[in-house]
Design a protein around this ligand. Structure first.
Ligand SMILES: *[C@@H]1O[C@H](CO)[C@@H](O)[C@H](O)[C@H]1NC(C)=O
Ligand SMILES: *[C@@H]1O[C@H](CO)[C@@H](O)[C@H](O)[C@H]1NC(C)=O
Ligand SMILES: *[C@@H]1O[C@H](CO)[C@@H](O)[C@H](O)[C@H]1NC(C)=O
Ligand SMILES: *[C@@H]1O[C@H](CO)[C@@H](O)[C@H](O)[C@H]1NC(C)=O
Ligand SMILES: *[C@@H]1O[C@H](CO)[C@@H](O)[C@H](O)[C@H]1NC(C)=O
Length: 332
């Protein structure tokens, strides 16, 4: 049995991919993977051979949260599935808006508690994790009972990205996906609720946003974006398109572009023109991720993780190898 006590966690989300991809993950560093919307028995075996916890993710319908009968049925189904597939844990990725102190919000906490109790009865070492927004301050209308969620789970995966899902102040412009200060301030909101560092995993983006600028000011590199409302907010990162890290690096290489550095957010960015339209890219790279994992370490958090591990170039090329070494290299 590995002693994980002093080990910093590396918690990876994985989307369906083949073994030529997942076999090249850094299995020395990984401690948990979530098979997100798929199941692969070979990946499960490989993870177990490397002492890595494997969890599944599933969400309940919002309309069932406050219904204890529906919850009990759902929990029984999920626990059976985890046991039958030989998995070791469960991840909640519920992201719907819930009103503060509402029956649904209490129901969500009850669901996590009920699932964890039932799962531990079947698998005493099971791990239950809950994905939460970058801040506890009701991001995207997610007024969850974060204290209760933390108390009834092993880990909160704090998604320190999509920070611009709601831009309340003018102008509506392209901004960082994972501003270091926001990441730090977001973690503080969980700490302020009394949630222990040993339950907090800093979730990092292995992707970025490509924004089309409806107006671009070269002097201050401001890229105004279309106003796309999101959950009551007029301006959102929904105006951009998400690109995997691998694709952003392809774009840089194909167009011979260089990443610039924004010191205010500790993130890279770049701007380019395609057929007369200006685009601005807001993403992360090994340098910005290192700043965040350094913070996670110095703050004494449980660990760090990423959405998603398969977003790199896993080809057998020098570029792919360099990319993987650099990106996995900055994980704790
Ligand atoms: C609660 O869930 C059960 C089981 O799914 C269902 O039969 C029942 O109608 C639900 N109750 C309400 C009030 O929706
Ligand atoms: C950027 O420059 C433009 C043109 O001078 C100005 O209108 C705009 O307010 C500036 N934006 C920011 C965020 O500084
Ligand atoms: C790429 O950009 C660099 C510097 O920006 C320049 O020196 C080089 O000639 C460019 N290469 C191509 C193929 O455009
Ligand atoms: C990053 O966050 C800090 C603190 O809120 C802010 O001052 C800075 O302008 C942000 N950077 C960008 C590029 O939005
Ligand atoms: C380039 O832009 C012009 C004018 O906006 C448009 O008509 C044309 O289809 C575009 N070409 C490509 C390849 O997107």
């Amino acid at each position: 049995m590995l002693c994980l006590l002093d080990r910093i966690l590396v918690f990876a989300f994985v989307l369906e991919c083949n073994s030529s991809v997942w076999s090249k993950f850094d299995w020395e560093k990984l401690t948990t993977i979530v098979m997100f919307n798929f199941y692969d028995i070979d990946l499960l075996k490989h993870a177990h051979d490397n002492g890595v916890v494997v969890a599944k993710m599933e969400n309940i319908a919002k309309s069932d949260l406050a219904n204890s009968t529906a919850r009990a049925e759902w929990v029984a189904t999920q626990v059976d599935d985890v046991v039958q597939k030989g998995l070791d844990g469960f991840n909640f990725d519920f992201e719907d808006p819930l009103d503060p102190d509402s029956p649904e919000s209490h129901g969500y906490t009850a669901l996590v508690k009920e699932l964890r109790e039932a799962l531990l009865a079947a698998l005493p070492a099971a791990q239950v994790s809950v994905d939460v927004a970058w801040s506890a301050a009701g991001i995207d209308g997610r007024f969850y009972d974060y204290t209760g969620l933390a108390a009834n789970s092993d880990l909160l995966f704090v998604m320190a990205y999509d920070e611009m899902s709601q831009i309340w102040d003018e102008p509506c412009n392209a901004r960082p996906n994972s501003n270091l200060t926001y990441a730090e301030e977001g973690i503080m909101t969980y700490q302020a609720l009394g949630i222990e560092n040993s339950k907090l995993v800093l979730g990092l983006p292995w992707y970025g946003y490509v924004y089309r600028c409806i107006e671009y000011f070269p002097d201050n590199e401001t890229c105004l974006i279309e106003e796309i409302p999101f959950r009551g907010c007029p301006c959102s990162d929904a105006a951009g398109r998400q690109y995997e890290y691998r694709l952003l690096q392809d774009l840089l290489r194909e167009r011979n572009l260089t990443e610039l550095w924004d010191p205010s957010s500790h993130t890279p960015y770049f701007t380019f023109t395609d057929n007369g339209t200006v685009y601005q890219v807001r993403h992360d790279n090994p340098r910005s991720l290192l700043d965040k994992t350094t913070y996670a370490r110095s703050e004494g958090l449980a660990g760090a993780g990423m959405w998603a591990a398969n977003f790199l170039d896993y080809s057998d090329t020098p570029e792919g190898q360099m990319q993987r070494d650099a990106m996995w290299g900055v994980m704790p």
